[in-house]
Design a protein around this ligand. Structure first.
Ligand code: SF4
Length: 754
């Protein structure tokens, strides 16, 4: 199979969208949004009624699958366990998350290749065996490489990384999913999705001065909060969209993951055409131009958006100010002019310890050119960055191009260190020996996520996120309260000066991108002889054993392992950092389970009471002892439990150690699906106040499970220590086939039995 997005594939997709749009328009009897056009164009079957967002499930046929090196290990292991042979869809594997960020690019890459060679060899051999393309370590971060090579307007892609929606910048519906979703789709099965609700964001005016695409998504995150986009696709429209480059649009759709959105999308325009042409996809640009009406919403949508979207937000780009969000959550936003006051009133650490620019979110040619123009101003005034400045290029294509065109020199001349083209500090592969005592400190980044402990493993680090323009200015100012719009810097000759806003920068290089060689391996034509390499004594890779099927009995008097309080993201449930190296070995990895969760019973992080000995122990330790005694247990969660990444390990580890059910006030979308797929009951309180009724020594019974049905609540009895009981009702979103996953023990068991 051709791994590329070929013109033939794109042409077939457009024919199908054209055919289905006519049919679905007839069904709805109204014009369609862009989201509706692309989704209907990928449906297995056009329904006979208008689909309701957040309620109906649909079966879709994606055009591509993308896997990264950490989650991709489990995809391959599950694909193998199900006895599958070749991927039915163009699929690529990208080695990016396992690369360290400690010294600088070359040095870190060499160390990372050595320490991860076992995993990279496994992924390379599994990719070859199952017909997938393999991007070597150093090629770049999955989303940047996908944008440069595979994304296309009107396409549908799934990826085992929550920032897969980055490709929405090129007009693609691209959704982050759990590994089993990917394995099933690679097996040729339809991809099942809860049909999304629709949020419209109307952009008027034009970006100018210091304001950047990043500020748009930071503003949207402020408006919608981290859960406001749950089960929704965010569709941008309006004249302002045209003032944003294709890569700027990708920054916005990338970070749509931070509001819990299924994905975000922009309509096709000339900026996308330019990007396609400069990344050697002229033929695809031509096809997109010929099918333009399919790749934008029907004109009536923009005229009366309230009729077509569940919610509409309007942002005037001409008056939008630069924003900074954080710490610890991406929806805690304020403008740069309000930040100084906020630093004082919240006692944030004002001196910045490190500034980081790049990652999959903000490392485009345009981003790097704009930061380089500010670095140039600093150089002319004879000053350097006041704090360590780390740059992460998103891909080798970007790195080589900015090296050729001078942006990298401009940054190095003010003291920047260039890291490897990989996730590095964004995913906790960052070693900071200077932080020995969990001292509170401030970092500023252009990344997308800022949960405690994510970047450097230290929960005391406060990560504030902003645009590349703002972050380099803060690095020059050295203080979080520095406002480049009004504050002055001191030049080497003692004179005072203000930074000028960054120069408008080209979105693509005038002389084209440098095209790197030797970083991609296509699958062989015949893969019978390829051996997938797993050492049976490996500490990092382990073949999977199927989870046992449900025994048909109710869950009675289960202990509560944890009652999570406040934010409990997938980073809290299955932390990254040093644990990333174990993502292919379920047993060893599971020692990290819930290490970041705050226990509501005692405010301890990562620890709870073991009812077998009344001792305070780590959750994994307790769960292993319960498992040995064949005791199942439950997790109680707060709001938006499981927000964050697509990592299915946050569901697999609890399942592996005996979790029967997760009961929360609300669940994040990908995590909810992951729980269901791994055979854990994913339930929410019908009355969120019932969360308060649950006490440390309570036992939970889930009864009449034989009658589990779509839309029917589950009965739960809470048995208290004083022998009193509360009966409450729990909601779920299972459909009939998902109930089958629960009964079979996991969705993988269903796939294997097919
Ligand atoms: Fe990598 Fe960070 Fe992007 Fe995730 S968000 S793909 S960890 S750079």
């Amino acid at each position: 199979m051709d791994i590329d997005t070929t013109p033939e594939l794109v042409s077939n997709v457009y024919s199908k969208i054209k055919e289905n749009v006519v049919k679905y328009r007839n069904v709805t009897g109204r014009p369609l949004t862009l989201t509706e056009k692309i989704l209907s164009g990928h449906l297995y079957e056009i329904p006979d009624k208008t689909l309701t967002g957040g309620k109906d499930y649909v079966f879709l046929k994606p055009d591509r699958v993308a896997l990264q090196d950490v989650t991709g290990q489990m995809v391959m292991l599950q694909f193998m366990q199900a006895g599958l042979k070749q991927s039915a869809l163009p699929t690529t594997v990208h080695c990016d998350h396992l690369i360290r960020a400690e010294v600088q690019g070359d040095v870190d890459m060499k160390v990372s290749l050595d320490e991860n060679s076992e995993v990279f060899k496994f992924l390379q051999s599994a990719a070859a065996k199952h017909g997938c393309g393999f991007w070597k370590p150093g090629a770049g971060i999955i989303h940047q490489v996908v944008l440069e090579n595979y994304a296309f307007p009107g396409g549908l892609m799934i990826g085992t990384d929550s920032h897969t929606p980055n490709a929405g910048g090129l007009g693609m519906i691209a959704v982050g999913v759990g590994g089993l979703d990917a394995a099933e789709t690679m097996a040729g099965l339809p991809w099942e999705l809860l049909y999304p609700k629709k949020i419209g964001v109307k952009l008027t005016g034009e970006l100018n001065g210091w304001t950047a695409p990043k500020d748009i998504i930071l503003k949207v995150a402020e408006e919608l909060t981290v859960s406001g986009g749950t089960n929704s696709i965010v569709e941008y429209f309006g004249p302002g969209t045209k003032s944003i480059s294709c890569t700027g649009k990708a920054t916005i759709t990338n970070m749509g993951a931070e509001i819990g959105a299924t994905c975000s999308i922009f309509p096709y325009d000339e900026r996308m055409e330019t990007y396609l042409k400069y990344t050697n996809r002229e033929k695809i640009a031509e096809l997109a131009n010929q099918s333009k009406e399919l790749l934008v919403a029907d004109p009536e949508v923009e005229l009366n958006p309230e009729i077509f979207f569940d919610r509409v937000i309007e942002i005037n780009l001409s008056t939008l100010e630069p924003h900074i969000v954080g710490p610890h959550t991406p929806d805690l936003a304020r403008t740069i002019s309000e930040l100084g006051e906020d630093v004082k009133s919240n006692d944030y650490v004002d001196p910045i310890s490190v500034a980081l620019i790049g990652s999959c979110t903000n490392s485009s040619y345009e981003d790097m050119s704009r930061v380089a123009s500010i670095a140039q101003q600093a150089k002319e005034k004879g000053i350097q960055s006041k704090v360590p400045l780390l740059i992460t290029p998103g891909s080798e294509q970007i790195r080589g191009t900015i090296e050729r065109d001078g942006q990298m020199d401009s940054l190095k001349e003010i003291g920047a260190t260039v890291l490897a083209n990989a996730c590095g500090p964004c995913i906790g592969q960052w070693n900071r020996p200077e932080l020995q005592n969990e001292e509170k400190n401030t970092i500023v980044t252009t990344f997308n996520r800022n949960f405690p402990g994510r970047n450097d493993g230290h929960r005391s680090t406060l990560n504030f996120i902003g645009s590349p323009e703002m972050i380099i200015a803060l690095a020059l100012g050295g203080r979080l309260s520095f406002n480049p719009l009004k504050d002055e810097l001191t030049a080497s000759d003692g004179t005072k000066f203000k930074l000028d806003p960054p120069k408008p920068a080209p979105e693509v290089p005038e002389n084209g991108f440098m095209i790197p060689e030797g970083i991609f391996i296509a699958p062989p034509e015949k893969s019978n002889d390829v051996e997938v390499i797993i050492d049976p004594n490996s500490k990092r890779l382990q073949l999977l054993e199927p989870f046992s099927k449900w025994d048909g009995k109710d869950f009675v008097d289960l202990p509560i392992l944890v009652k999570a309080k406040g934010k409990c993201t997938t980073d809290h449930i299955s932390p990254a950092g040093a644990w990333l190296s174990l993502r292919g070995h379920l047993d060893n990895l599971s020692d990290n389970m819930l290490l970041g969760a705050v226990n509501a019973f005692n405010d301890e992080v990562g620890k709870g009471k073991n009812i077998l000995n009344n001792q305070l122990e780590t959750f994994s330790n307790i769960a292993r002892q319960y498992k040995e005694k064949q005791m199942r247990w439950v997790i109680i969660g707060d709001n938006n439990y499981g927000e964050g990444s697509s990592r299915e390990h946050a569901a697999m580890s609890p399942r592996y150690l005996g979790c029967a059910a997760v009961i929360t006030k609300s669940l994040a979308r990908i995590h909810e699906t992951n729980l269901k797929k791994q055979g854990i009951l994913a339930l929410t309180f019908s009355n969120p106040d019932d969360y308060e009724k649950i006490l440390e020594d309570d036992k939970i019974s889930l009864i009449e499970l034989n009658e589990l049905e779509p839309h029917k609540q589950v009965k739960c009895i809470i048995s208290h220590r004083d022998e009193s009981k509360d009966e409450i009702l729990l909601n779920h979103s299972y459909n009939q086939s998902q109930i089958g996953w629960f009964k079979a023990g996991s969705a993988l068991n269903v796939l294997r039995n097919r």
